[in-house]
Design a protein around this ligand. Sequence first.
Ligand SMILES: Nc1ncnc2c1ncn2[C@@H]1O[C@H](COP(=O)(O)OP(=O)(O)OP(=O)(O)O)[C@@H](O)[C@H]1O
Length: 575
Amino acid sequence: METKLIIRRLLALVKPYQSRAWMALLSMAITAATQPLLGEALKVLLDDGFKDNIAFSLWWIPAILVSIFILRGIGTFGTAYFNNWVLSRVLNDMRAMAFEKVLRLPVARYQDESTGKIINTVVNDVRQVVDMIQSVFVACVRDVLVVIGLLGTLLYLNWKLTLVAIVVIPLTAVIVRTTTKRLRNLNRESQRVTAEMTGVVEEAARGHQVIRVFAGERYERQRFHRRSEALRGFSQRMTVAFAATTPVTQIATSLALSLVIVLAIQADMTVGEFTQFVTMMLMLLTPLKSLAEVNGPMQRGMAAAETVFGIIDSEPEVDTGSRELGRAQGHLVLENVVFRYPNALNPAMNGVSLEVKPGQTVALVGVSGGGKSTFVNLVTRFYDPESGRLLLDGVPYTDIKLASLRGQLAMVSQNVVLFDDTLAANIAYGAEQVDYERLAAAVRAAHLTDVVARLPDGIDTRIGENGSRLSGGQRQRVAIARAIYKDAPLLILDEATSALDNESERAVQAALDTLMAGRTTIVIAHRLSTIERADRIVVMEAGRIVEQGTHDELLAMKGMYANLYHLQFTAAEAQ
Ligand SMILES: Nc1ncnc2c1ncn2[C@@H]1O[C@H](COP(=O)(O)OP(=O)(O)OP(=O)(O)O)[C@@H](O)[C@H]1O
């Protein structure tokens, strides 16, 4: 993205707060104006104050000096106050926009991009952009104002001398320009590696059990080490590029300064005039130096802004439908659905047609990789088919508003996702207001009453990150309670493969029975009991439905299902 475009977009973000931004600018102008004022006061003091017959009351000295510093104090305070007022809001707005996209990104994006990168963009990159505005743009404006004030006064005092002095400015500009590009590239790379490193740390923390059991420490250490070494390299190269700029600029400045001193002596200046001139020249050095140093943070910020706008601008999930369904009957139809994952060669769903009547339960079975999860991904509209279509109650998926479609669905997946909040908030997840009666009913139906009774704060107990304070079976039942609470007509179940102990299993099964009653249910089935009770079993292989029927019908066919059944379940029963 072009620098100009990024700046324009950042300005657009500041626009809603422009009145305060102007106040900040005014404060900076006040601060800047005090510098030439100080120079002038110095001249008057030296030229008139140190004479034998002093022309003014001595009280004027503190009065003027203190006034200047009071003005300066107001300017400095105003600058900090108004800047933060504006920038903290810009930070929140940008974060909100980026987070909004995180919530609405197409599911496929989560496979292309690491979670670490997304987290890093919303949390760190946005911060870096705002830091850049603070340290770069604000500093630039303030410094430019100071430079204008000082230079204007200097030109007015003695334009020839001033011109000699400012030869240094274009020189500095050239030096700065040459390092710009390099710093920017290095920054982009360094940001990418930082995101990768966040990903590695995140995986290491999330996968700590697997790492320990499978002795993955060495592998993780290497992955981490590679990134941190790369980052160190970037930081060193950036420092070199950056550190070279400062001394070169300073040497050029000192050259100009010494020349000025010689010329001033020749031009018969008074002590006061000379001191004023040199003081103001020296005052000029600080803003010029910081303007020269602005480049590094600016490139860092620009690279971060590019990443943040990248997320903000990314396309959200397709939501072109206009129909609201109300409460659906749960009549689900797939018509010749073909689907291929992005970048995949073979279709994961290859001409699947199926009708599920309201209230029916369809069990999906098949070998691993057969397409069961893909089926679910299409029914939830996490992906759209390449050809063919899905219909709910006779309405094509693409005509239904996404929120309305998802409102008809409840899902209990194998990987139970719980949030670090109270049990109540987890069960009534997504509801605007918690209906406690409905909640109590869901708890009862999901066989959680005893569990809740044992929790210190009952239903209002916080359950920890991903429900770490609950057992596996309890977590599954919380997920079931969530689906019961939602009371949606279409239910997607991905049965857990991991076996629970008998008692938990019975509780989970009983909870599921309540949940499934009266709903259209698609279940990726692993339990024999679920399969036997399904109205229909659909056997999938290589993205196709290869057999379907009831348990008995399929066994009688002695085909793939019969094979699977004998392999998996009779073995399990025998145990
Ligand atoms: N995100 C993806 N990108 C590319 N290909 C994918 C993706 N997810 C799944 N596939 C492929 O699609 C096919 C169907 O996978 P799917 O996950 O639907 O199978 P499944 O029947 O659910 O398997 P399992 O029982 O092992 O969960 C597989 O060949 C798989 O490799």
